[in-house]
Every structure is written in structure tokens, then in C-alpha cells.
Design a protein around this ligand. Structure first.
Ligand code: NAP
Length: 272
């Protein structure tokens, strides 16, 4: 495993995403991931799986403090008291005393960013979380959040893959020592049939998924949280640290496309 150091803290370059995993499938995936060497797990109040994520961590021989655990509060919670009680309930579901990172899941246009960030900071002051951050914030929204937050913003978690490379946001994060957490790094699985990735997979004797993840983790300031319920995929997704794309290949892989990003999402929803 390799790590990204941000604000003096080391974060594993690959974590496990858990969106759309529930019940025993989720518990088993987290347990398998920890056994395979994952030390970074991403969940959210909205995923309705915090109980299973927490159970897998509690039952694992891996110590709680060795796992970098993130959860998110839903943006329907717009005032400090409501954020606090929602996060307290997340901790109870997870069965942990604290998370490492607490994010506001989406910007909410009718909420006050100052009030929301104050709510996250209250949670940090109370020891519910070690760091606070945001998710799905554009660079301007991130600037606003930074301006009103007492604690530094640790990460912006956004969709990030070869079809959505987030060039401006990444540059902003790098300039301000903010981690960029790449969600849907496989474009919900939509990247797997990509010709360029297929060609590089043959060259490096890796899978297209591994080439896509390599492209993500090879970038400074970025970590990735692919989701998988399959043991083979979980292990494969960790095995991306023994090869390196050339500078030319990094540029070839990166092809921003709203169309492909949208099509990948739709295909994943329709299961085709
Ligand atoms: P993703 O990780 O890009 O793709 C997941 C899909 O790829 C699943 O269908 C998975 O199937 C498949 N897959 C995984 N590894 C594979 C491999 N090695 N070979 C072939 N297929 C593979 O999509 P995601 O779940 O949307 O994103 C990852 C995580 O990011 C989420 O789980 C969540 O934690 C986070 N996220 C956050 C937000 C937010 O708003 N903050 C939004 C979306 C996602 P199998 O399970 O069969 O392997």
C-alpha cells in the first residue's frame, strides 16, 4: 500500500467504497477488504450500511485506529444541532467513538455553508471526527467552505476518473494541501471496456480496472475509493503499486468526456 500525506496525515492511496452494498454483502466485503490489506473505508449516512461497515471493522483483527474511516452527513441537515445529532447517530450505527473524516455529502443551495461547516466543526471539537471535509464541492464552493471553517478542509471527495479528471479542482487542492478523494474511479464500472485502458492492460499484464486505478493513484494529492463486492476485484484493485504509466500514457488515458461520464452512470443504473 502507498500513502498520500496531507496536512501531516498519511491516508492509504486505495480505500474501499461501499455505496450500494448492504447487509451481509457489505459486511463481507469490508471484512474481506481488511483481510486483504485495505486500511481505508468510505461510507455515508445515506448508504444505509454504517452498521455493517462498523460490524466488519469490530470483528476484524485489524485495530480500529489502523483504519482510516470516513462517513458523510446528508445535506438535508442544515443546522448545527441537526448535524450533530445525525453524526451521533452515524457513530452509534458504526459502533465507533470517532471517525477519521466527516464530510458534508453534497452542497445544499438552500443551506448556509457557514452553518454547515460550524456543525462539522462542532463534531470535530466534540471528538466525533478527527478531520472535516466536503464532497461534490466545485472549486468555488470549496473556497467558500475553507473561508468559513475553523478547521482546515481535509478533502473534497468528487467523481474522478479518466473521463472526469477534475483538472481545475485538483490544481486548487494541491495548491492548498487538500486531499482529492476520487470516487467512482472506475466510472461505476463504465471504464472497463475502454480501448486505451485495454491496450495498456495488455502491455503491463494488468486489467483495465487496474490501469484506471493506476492512473488515479499516480497523481499527487489523490486517493481512490473503488467499490467492489467481489474478493477477486478487491484484491486486484489493491495490486496497482508495482507498475508505472509513462508521462505520455498518463496523458493518453485522460480524456474528459461528459458524455462518457453520463453514459457510464446510466449503464451502471440500468445494469447493462
Ligand atoms: P466504482 O468504484 O467506479 O465502480 C464500481 C463498479 O466497478 C462495481 O460494479 C464493481 O463491481 C466494479 N468493479 C470494481 N472493481 C473491479 C475490477 N477490478 N474489475 C471489474 N469490475 C470492477 O463506482 P462507485 O461505487 O460509484 O464509486 C466508488 C465509491 O465512491 C462508492 O462506493 C462510494 O463509497 C463513493 N462514492 C461517493 C459519492 C459521493 O457523492 N461522495 C458518489 C458515488 C460514489 P463488483 O462489485 O462486482 O466488483
Amino acid at each position: 500500500m502507498e500513502y498520500e500525506t496531507v496536512q501531516g496525515e498519511e491516508v492509504p492511496k486505495i480505500g474501499l467504497g461501499t455505496w450500494r452494498m448492504h447487509g451481509e454483502i457489505c459486511r463481507q466485503a469490508v471484512a474481506t477488504a481488511l483481510e486483504a490489506g485495505y486500511r481505508h473505508v468510505d461510507t455515508a449516512q445515506a448508504y444505509d450500511n454504517e452498521r455493517q461497515v462498523g460490524r466488519a471493522i469490530a470483528e476484524s483483527p485489524v485495530a480500529r485506529e489502523d483504519v482510516f474511516l470516513t462517513t458523510k452527513v446528508w445535506p438535508g441537515h442544515v443546522d448545527r444541532a441537526s448535524i450533530r445529532s445525525s453524526v451521533a447517530s452515524s457513530l452509534a450505527q458504526l459502533g465507533v467513538e470517532y471517525v477519521d473524516l466527516l464530510l458534508i455529502h453534497w452542497p445544499n443551495p438552500i443551506a448556509s455553508t457557514a452553518e454547515v461547516m460550524a456543525g462539522l466543526n462542532d463534531c470535530r471539537d466534540e471528538g466525533f471526527t478527527r478531520h472535516v471535509g466536503v464532497s461534490n464541492f466545485g472549486a468555488d464552493q470549496l473556497k467558500t467552505a475553507r473561508a468559513v471553517s475553523d478547521a482546515p478542509i481535509f478533502t473534497d471527495q468528487v467523481q474522478f476518473h479518466p473521463y472526469q479528471p477534475q483538472r481545475d479542482l485538483r490544481a486548487y487542492c494541491q495548491a492548498h494541501d487538500i486531499l482529492l478523494t476520487a470516487y467512482s474511479p472506475l466510472a461505476h464500472g463504465g471504464i472497463l471496456r475502454d480501448d486505451v485502458l485495454g491496450e495498456l492492460a495488455v502491455k503491463y499484464d494488468k486489467s483495465p480496472a487496474q490501469v484506471a486505478l493506476r492512473w488515479v493513484v499516480q497523481q499527487d494529492g489523490v486517493v481512490a475509493i473503488p467499490k467492489s463486492a467481489s474478493e477477486a476485484h478487491l484484491r486486484e484493485n489493491l495490486d496497482v503499486f508495482d507498475f508505472r504509466l509513462t508521462a505520455t500514457e498518463m496523458v493518453r488515458v485522460e480524456r474528459p468526456s461528459m458524455l462518457k461520464t453520463g453514459a457510464s452512470f446510466l449503464r451502471s443504473r440500468l445494469g447493462v
